[in-house]
Design a protein around this ligand. Structure first.
Ligand SMILES: *Cc1c(COP(=O)(O)O)cnc(C)c1O
Length: 361
């Protein structure tokens, strides 16, 4: 068969161990999964309320245009409905962008380490990947800028960046956007936007009306707690969105996802409660790190990358035996760090206690 040669070197995405498997393997009753930055508080109770009262007809295709969700987000952000594109998770938006713009002979620029799907999709499309190392956990915008050439099609920014939790501030981002040539699409992945509290953070929605080559992605998987439903979106100028829309599969977001996301948007008090709880949770980890003189990046996301200065896989396995699933930094480009999702106050206290014990051994 005539496979694209570049897919031979790719490996399928390795999800964290499922909780059920860990339970069985180590004979544990209780598993705490702090590996995928899911919301420890679940999702808006209004969603369950709706499903108790209403049903959806599974025999009918969803509204491929996600009209109701589109209109509610347009109202929420004061944008035009045509400025949105929806995906089966923002993962799919990344795929759509890659399909629309990347091919052999083109290149794409991204930070490293960052969310792996930018690179993964670029390789499938046969584009050259230019990775610009972070400096102290932050985007090296200067270097990203000087790496742009005629063949550059897409430039990826991740703010807050996964796995470091660092962000780009308003002045730096604006300065950067002013300098990027107009033939380059800038994708700003804001999967953790709802958790941000930094006062010098930019307003991405305002930026898209100023920069016609900027596309912002957000998701319902993290703060909204709907990772299982798979719904994310892109926002940009109407012209840009209409150009990439034909690449989207016609029925890519399902009925349950559309309904749930629409209800989730209407319950912003749930989101702000989660944002505040996340701040408190992060403070627990900061205190722990400061006590033990461990290095970490202050985070604007719902996770923290902590450098334990020892083999991350070993520490990961030791935590697993105690019923905690986290992400080893080995696969994330930080071989002596763990990325831990901020859980509930109690979950955070428990993993911190276990970590203290493990570190004393
Ligand atoms: C989780 C995550 C996504 C993907 O989220 P979806 O569930 O596909 O919407 C995208 N970008 C970053 C940086 C993430 O951490």
């Amino acid at each position: 068969m005539q496979w694209k040669k570049q897919i031979r070197n790719l490996t399928p995405y390795k999800p964290g161990k499922p909780a059920a498997e860990v339970k069985k393997e180590f004979g544990l009753d209780n598993i705490v999964k702090l590996a995928s930055n899911e919301n420890p508080f679940g999702f808006s109770p209004k969603i369950d309320d709706w499903f108790k009262e209403n049903g959806v007809n599974h025999a009918i295709y969803p509204d491929g245009y996600a009209t109701k969700l589109r209109d509610s987000l347009a109202g929420f952000y004061h944008l035009q409905p045509k400025q949105f594109i929806f995906g089966n998770g923002s993962d799919e938006i990344i795929q759509i962008i890659s399909r629309a713009l990347l091919e052999p002979g083109k290149n794409t620029i991204m930070p490293v380490p960052t969310f792996p799907q930018y690179r993964h999709n670029a390789i499938i499309e046969g584009a050259e990947v230019i990775e610009i190392p972070l400096i102290k956990g932050e985007h090296d915008l200067k270097n990203m800028l000087t790496s742009i050439n005629e063949q550059t099609a897409v430039l990826w920014l991740c703010s807050p960046n996964n796995p470091t939790g660092t962000y780009i501030n308003n002045d730096d981002l604006r300065d950067f956007l002013n300098k990027v040539p107009s033939h380059v699409l800038i994708v700003l992945d804001e999967a953790y936007y709802e958790y941000v509290i930094a006062p010098d953070y930019y307003d991405a929605v305002a930026l898209i009306s100023e920069y016609p080559n900027l596309l912002v992605t957000r998701t319902f998987s993290k703060a909204y707690g709907l990772a299982g439903f798979r719904v994310g979106y892109g926002m940009a100028s109407e012209e840009l969105i209409q150009t990439i829309e034909p690449v989207r599969e016609p029925f890519n977001t399902n009925v349950l996802a559309q309904v749930s996301a629409e209800i989730a948007v209407s319950d912003q008090s749930f989101v702000s409660e989660c944002r505040m709880a996340n701040r408190k949770g992060l403070a627990q980890y900061y205190t722990f790190c400061d006590e033990l003189a461990l290095e970490y990046y202050p985070s604007q996301g719902n996770f923290i990358l902590i450098d334990f200065k020892r083999d991350a896989d070993e520490l990961f396995r030791a935590l697993l035996q105690q019923g905690f699933i986290v992400r080893s930094g080995q696969a994330l480009g930080f071989p002596t760090s763990l990325r831990i999702t901020v859980g509930s106050t109690e979950q955070n206290s428990r993993i911190i206690e276990v970590l203290k014990e493990l570190l004393q051994q």
